[in-house]
Ligand binder design. Sequence first.
Ligand code: NDP
Length: 299
Amino acid sequence: MAVRIDGKAVSAAVRARLKAETEEFTRETGVVPGLAVVIVGSDPASQVYVRNKKKACEELGFYSEGYDLPEETTEEELLSLVKRLNEDGRIHGILVQLPLPAHIDENRVIRAIRPDKDVDAFHAENVGHIMTGDYRFLPCTPAGVMELLHAAGVPVEGRECVVVGRSNIVGKPMAMLLLHENGTVTLCHSRTKNLPEVCRRADILVAAVGRAKFITADMVKPGAAVIDVGINRTADKKLCGDVDYDAVEPVAGYITPVPGGVGPMTITMLMKNTLSAARAFAAETGKHASCGGASGKKD
Ligand code: NDP
């Protein structure tokens, strides 16, 4: 039987710490961390994420602004909002919810966000910092996975880590964070040969594929830590991950459920990044706060 890594509990503990840190920071500096969340169009899943982000801001005592823009919003209109938020001193983090409607160039919008307000860490400048290990923010989902591994006491150093999925948002930065902690990392994708065999080598297996129950028991080494990033809907509309939980759980040493695993960590890491951005702002503007948050790779 695997140890079930409870993302809700870990997330609640991190949020409690962030709340206390935010109170102290605001008392010392007078700066209230501010997050702007922009959504274009009416994708129901995105609407839920945005609502949850607003709730998290309220819970931690952040200032928040939400922009719910219609589907027909032009790229220029969105860019002009981003420009205004870039210049707004109350806003330390800007998140533009992806995906954007097809007529808007996502890359152009991401490039328009000031890198020091890019709390999603998608801007090329921040991606570069992640590569070198000298970062201001970590991308939220992979950072959440690392927190879960740490909380469960799963060591990374020297261990075989296999990440399935190579997206810019999850797979690639996930591989990099495991590497920074001295894991031996293999990054798999749809052209990987003998995927089950590669996965079976893993002491830590991270699934970020976007296919329900894709990771089956025969792909898992006994005792491995299996982290499920996937969020999928089954035919009967139930939420499920990329891992066939019921089959894998008896084989794995640790496992994250869906829901209640990686998902709750993502927003919490966004809050952590926003507080880091506010600290950097306070330090730059001489409000007597130390610039926290970033840390490099482990030696
Ligand atoms: P993408 O669709 O961008 O990437 C999927 C990756 O899976 C690609 O690299 C693709 O390979 C790979 N893949 C697809 N089919 C196979 C296959 N048969 N064998 C091996 N690899 C395969 O997805 P994301 O990274 O954005 O998201 C992945 C999942 O994580 C989704 O379910 C998403 O909803 C979820 N997610 C969850 C978050 C959370 O907070 N928990 C946050 C973000 C995402 P290739 O590159 O070759 O096409």
